[in-house]
Design a protein around this ligand. Structure first.
Ligand SMILES: N[C@@H](CCC(=O)N[C@@H](CS)C(=O)NCC(=O)O)C(=O)O
Length: 216
């Protein structure tokens, strides 16, 4: 039975799970939950995930939420070679640092821009929030110094989580190639991954959604 993924196409963390699933060749049953219609607050969904976030995975009764936890679960269960999450201690520590950066810094900062736009409370990206994102771009630029990928010479879960968030942020706070050449090169490399569709399709929808909300 294909694992079920409760999801919304535009969501960056959902897209990171779609990337992981495609990379590992796992078929998922997609169950769309429209958070803007409160479909994540129904008693049925709260029973599965009391924290009411998407993505949420149901793998034959094993429930996991938080995209980073889901991706690690999928890799641990289905990627026998562990290529996306190698167990060499230093590499894994670097990957974990990048994942925590995505989960604890980058995505929460992105949400502070995305949600007021989505709820039509504003139609601009506040300059102070844009400044926080530009500071975060500076950190990412450093992570990539001397590295093709976020945790070294090989693509890992660090790239899979961060590419979904960073390409979404680029819609809101465009990444300037002059200041952030490493990030731009890394995005281009990511676009060449054979499973990049996992991000691409939802990103187009996210871009259209946000551009419709931003003041021209
Ligand atoms: N750290 C979580 C963030 C998940 C998250 O905040 N998802 C948003 C949609 S992009 C959501 O479910 N929002 C509804 C809510 O929090 O009630 C992850 O990586 O999965």
């Amino acid at each position: 039975m294909a694992p079920k993924l409760y999801m919304l196409d535009t969501s960056p963390p959902v897209r990171s799970v779609l990337l992981t699933a495609k990379a590992l060749g796992i078929d998922l049953e997609l169950i769309r939950i429209n958070i803007f219609k409160d479909e994540h607050l129904t008693p049925e969904f709260l029973k599965i995930n009391p924290q009411h976030t998407i993505p949420t995975l149901d793998d034959d009764g094993v429930i996991v939420w938080d995209s980073h936890a889901i991706n690690i679960y999928l890799v641990t269960k289905y990627d026998k070679d562990n290529l996306l999450y190698p167990d060499e201690p230093y590499t894994r520590a670097v990957i974990n640092q990048r994942l925590h950066f995505d989960s604890g810094v980058l995505f929460p900062t992105a949400l502070k821009i995305i949600m007021p736009l989505a709820l039509k409370e504003t139609n601009v990206v506040p300059p102070e929030k844009a400044a926080e994102i530009i500071e975060a771009y500076g950190f990412l630029e450093k992570f990539l110094e001397g590295n093709k990928w976020m945790a070294g010479e090989n693509v890992t879960l660090a790239d899979i989580s961060l590419i979904a968030t960073v390409t979404s942020l680029d819609v809101l706070v465009p990444i300037d190639e002059k200041n952030f050449p490493n990030i731009i090169a890394w995005i281009k490399n990511s676009e060449d991954l054979p499973y990049y569709d996992g991000n691409k399709n939802g990103l187009v929808l996210f871009r259209n959604f946000m551009q419709g909300l931003l003041k021209p």
